[in-house]
Design a protein around this ligand. Structure first.
Ligand SMILES: [Zn+2]
Length: 313
């Protein structure tokens, strides 16, 4: 599943491409995973994309209600807008194409360079660049949401945190790149015996960390993945907080990552895995002490760590 850095990379590129375009149509072949809520295509057609942003691993395309809509700001939330909320889940991809460019991100199967639409395409968003009809046609572009296994979804809601949270179906924890250390520490201390790797991957604890960045963050912090939250001392908690952020920032800089060579939004391969310290490095020497990285089953997932730097006690 794409984690925070991968989704950030897609979102940053989509924001550049979609901002200012007008939505001209939406087609989908999987109605079970497309939720209109109280909106319809009439609310969206001809409306302008204000920006594309990320909440946890979820992508939010903000569409204005129109040039005449009164936009007011309240606690940083732009009201009177509609949000197209997209969750890629396990196998989702987003591919944007116009006459000059193509950007793609998400799960690498099927290959992100296949022509679109294809048989995994669930939703097609069409855009124009506005203006007179002749120019509109010339500027036509599309965003395809492909999903091989159909776990992903699209929901149309009002652009309000409460509605978006409801669409996501859970109160997501804070964003590890935006939250303060004190908040991270206090939340962690309330989680008792929960093992630190599992805690980091719990989206209600922090949003956007999965298998990759929990392994990487714990390696940087020299903390064993099975340590109970309560056993961690403040300096260790600080090191975990910084380790997770450091590995995520590095991945964003490198264009994302994935087991099967995540393809970044420019179409080129994400490079982060070649810099990974623990994740999928089983048998390879630890970057600090040269001990072989081990892999251990942990609640249905695998933890990768250095048995020498990251001791259980
Ligand atoms: Zn080591």
């Amino acid at each position: 599943m794409p984690e925070l850095p991968e989704v950030t990379v897609i979102v940053n590129s989509l924001n550049k491409k979609l901002k200012g375009l007008e939505l001209s149509g939406i087609e989908y072949d999987w109605p079970k995973k497309f939720f209109w809520g109280r909106f319809s295509i009439k609310d969206l057609r001809g409306k302008k994309v204000e920006r594309v942003r990320r909440i946890g691993k979820v992508i939010v395309i903000e569409v204005s209600k129109g040039p005449k809509a009164k936009i007011s700001h309240l606690r940083g939330v732009i009201l009177e807008e509609i949000a197209v909320v997209i969750h890629l889940k396990l196998t989702g991809q987003l591919i944007y194409e116009d006459k000059q460019s193509r950007i793609a991100g998400g799960h690498p199967i099927p290959p992100l360079n296949l022509p679109v639409p294809n048989k995994t395409t669930r939703v097609t968003f069409s855009f124009t660049n506005g203006g007179p009809t002749s120019l509109k046609l010339r500027g036509a572009s599309h965003l395809y949401f492909n999903d091989l296994r159909k776990f992903g979804w699209v929901k149309i809601v009002e652009n309000k945190e409460s509605e978006i949270n409801e669409a996501i179906g859970a109160e997501l924890g804070p964003d590890p790149l935006l939250m303060k250390f004190e908040d991270f520490r206090d939340r962690l201390k309330k989680r008792g015996q929960k093992k630190i790797k599992q805690l980091l991957m719990d989206q209600k604890f922090v949003a956007g960390v999965g298998n990759i960045y929990s392994d990487e963050g714990l390696w940087w912090a020299k903390v064993h993945p099975k340590r109970p939250a309560l056993s961690l001392k403040d300096p260790e908690i600080k090191a975990i907080f910084e380790g997770v952020r450091k590995s995520m920032k590095l991945a964003i800089k490198k264009g994302g990552s994935s087991v099967n060579s995540f393809v970044g939004s420019g179409g080129e391969k994400g490079l982060y895995l070649s810099f990974a310290k623990a994740y999928h490095m089983t048998g390879k020497p630890c970057g600090r002490c040269k001990t072989a990285i081990v892999r251990e089953k942990m609640g249905g997932r695998s933890a990768h760590y250095c048995p020498s730097c990251q001791k259980i006690s």
